[in-house]
Design a protein around this ligand. Structure first.
Ligand code: CAA
Length: 406
C-alpha cells in the first residue's frame, strides 16, 4: 500500500498592527454590524513598514524549521499574489534568512488566492517520487484595496507555512481532487498598481460557481459525498463568504456520483438553509480569518489551522479544503485528520500571533496604507517597528535588504 502524504506541520504568522472594524465603520459611516455580521469580520492585520510577504513567511516557517530541522527540505514553493520582484522568487530570501540547505529548489507560484493549493498538490507529487524528502510550502499575502472602496473592510495579511511529507502527523491528503478554471476578470492587480481592482459582486458569483464546478469534478472522479465531511475549510476573503459558498454547494451539488447515486441532492433540501448545520460545518474554521482578514493564498490554510485548534474530535475524520483564486481557478480536495494530530498543533502560538498585534487608529492606518505604495527605486533605510524575528531593513541599489531582529 502507498504511504500517505500530507501536512506534517502547519504554522502561521501575521502582522505587527491591526485595525478594528469598529474604527473603519465609524470612519466610513457604516453600521458596524454590516462588517461584523454582514461580512463576518472583526478586525484586519496591517503590516508595519518593515514587514512584507518575505518577513511574514520567514516568521511562519521558523518554528517549523526549529522543530524538524532543515536537512530534508529539497523544495520550497512560495505562493503569493503580492510578489516583491518580477524575477527573483521571494522564497530565496526566506531560504537565506532561515539558513536552508543549498541542495534545494526554490520557486514562486502565482494564481491569485489559489496558488498555495497548487503548491500543496505539486508537493505531494514530488514526495510520491521520493518519500524521503520534505517540501516547504509557504503562502504569504497582503490584501490591499483603495481607501474608501467597497473592498477596504476585506483587507488583511498573513503567511502560512506547511511542511509536506510522507506519513504526515496532521492531515493525510487524498489523491482525489476536483478542479475548475475559467478566464474571468473578477479581481486582478495590473503590474503598475499596488492595490487590486475588483468587481465585488461578480467575484462572489464567480467564487460560488467555481466551487460548485470543482466539486462536480471531484464527484465525477469518485470523491466523497458532502455529508461525509466533518468540516469544510474554505478560502475566506471574509468569513461570511464560506457560508455563502457552502449554502450554494449544498443547494447545487446534485451531480450524481460514479454509481449514479445523488444523495447530496436529496439531503440538500433538508439542510441547505439550516443555520445550525452550516455552523457545524464552518464555524470552527473562521476564528483566525475573522480577526486577520483576507490573507489570499494563506486564507484556506488559516481556516484549516483554526479548525484543528478549535475542534477536539477530528481524529480519523475526513475534512474538505476549498480553494478559490480569482481569474479564476478553484480546487476541492479532501483529507483525513491523523490520530494524535493535537500533539503537533501550535494552538498557543497561533492565539498569541493574533493577540499580540497592536491596535492602531485610523490616521496611523492611513499613513501605513500610503507608505506601502512606495516603490523600490529610491534607496531608504526603514526604521524598526515590528517585533517579529525578521524585518525589511532597507532598500539599497534596488535590492531589498532583510535582517533577523533577534
Ligand atoms: N447589519 C448586518 N448585516 C448587514 C448590515 C447591517 N447593518 N448592512 C449590510 N449587511 C449585510 C448585507 O446584507 C450583505 O449580506 P449578504 O451578502 O448576505 O446579503 C453584507 O452585509 C455585505 O453587504 P454589501 O453586499 O452591501 O457589501 P458591499 O457591497 O459593501 O461589499 C464586498 C461587499 C463585495 C465583498 C466587498 O467588500 C468587496 O468587493 N470585497 C473584495 C472582493 C472580495 O472579497 N470578493 C470575494 C470573492 S473573490 C475571492 O474570494 C478572491 C479574493 O480573495 C479577493
Amino acid at each position: 500500500t502507498e504511504r500517505p502524504i500530507g501536512i506534517d506541520d502547519l504554522s502561521f504568522s501575521t502582522t505587527h498592527y491591526r485595525l478594528d472594524q469598529d474604527v473603519l465603520a465609524s470612519r466610513l459611516g457604516v453600521d458596524a454590524a454590516k462588517l461584523h455580521t454582514g461580512l463576518g469580520q472583526d478586525a484586519f492585520s496591517v503590516p508595519a513598514t518593515d514587514e512584507d510577504i518575505v518577513t511574514m513567511a520567514a516568521t511562519a516557517a521558523q518554528p517549523i524549521i526549529a522543530r524538524h530541522g532543515p536537512e530534508r527540505i529539497r523544495t520550497i514553493l512560495f505562493a503569493t499574489e503580492t510578489g516583491v520582484d518580477q524575477s527573483k522568487a521571494a522564497g530565496l530570501y526566506v531560504h537565506g534568512l532561515l539558513g536552508l540547505p543549498a541542495t534545494c529548489r526554490v520557486v514562486e507560484l502565482k494564481q491569485a488566492c489559489y496558488s498555495a493549493t497548487a503548491a500543496l498538490q505539486f508537493a505531494t507529487a514530488l514526495i510520491a517520487r521520493d518519500p524521503g524528502q520534505q517540501v516547504l510550502v509557504l503562502a504569504s499575502d497582503i490584501a490591499k484595496y483603495q481607501l474608501g472602496s467597497e473592498g477596504e473592510p476585506t483587507q488583511g495579511a498573513a503567511a502560512a507555512a506547511m511542511l509536506v511529507t510522507a506519513d504526515p502527523a496532521v492531515l493525510r491528503i487524498d489523491p482525489c481532487s476536483g478542479v475548475y478554471s475559467e478566464d474571468i476578470s473578477d479581481f486582478w492587480r495590473p503590474n503598475y498598481r499596488t492595490e487590486a481592482v475588483v468587481d465585488g459582486k461578480l467575484s462572489i458569483d464567480a467564487y460560488k460557481r467555481a466551487t460548485r464546478e470543482a466539486f462536480a469534478d471531484y464527484q465525477r472522479r469518485g470523491g466523497r459525498y458532502l455529508d461525509q465531511f466533518a468540516a469544510f475549510c474554505y478560502h475566506q476573503p471574509f468569513t461570511k463568504m464560506a457560508y455563502k459558498a457552502h449554502r450554494h454547494l449544498l443547494e447545487h451539488a446534485g451531480t450524481p456520483g460514479p454509481d449514479g447515486d445523488s444523495r447530496t441532492t436529496t439531503d440538500a433540501s433538508d439542510s441547505a438553509t439550516d443555520a445550525a448545520d452550516l455552523d457545524a460545518a464552518l464555524a470552527a474554521t473562521t476564528h483566525y480569518n475573522r480577526a486577520i482578514g483576507n490573507s489570499y493564498t494563506a486564507s484556506a490554510y488559516l481556516a484549516l489551522a483554526s479548525l484543528l485548534d478549535h475542534r477536539k474530535d477530528l481524529a480519523d475524520q475526513p475534512i474538505a479544503v476549498i480553494s478559490y483564486g480569482s481569474g479564476a481557478v478553484a480546487e476541492f480536495f479532501g483529507g483525513t485528520v491523523v490520530p494524535g494530530y493535537r500533539d503537533h498543533l501550535r494552538t498557543t502560538a497561533n492565539a498569541h500571533a493574533i493577540a499580540r498585534r497592536q491596535p492602531i487608529d485610523y490616521q496611523h492606518y492611513q499613513r501605513l496604507h500610503h507608505e506601502s505604495d512606495l516603490t523600490d527605486d529610491a534607496d531608504r533605510k526603514i526604521e524598526q517597528q515590528t517585533t517579529a524575528p525578521y524585518r525589511l531593513a532597507a532598500i539599497a541599489d534596488h535590492q531589498r535588504i532583510y535582517e533577523a531582529t533577534i
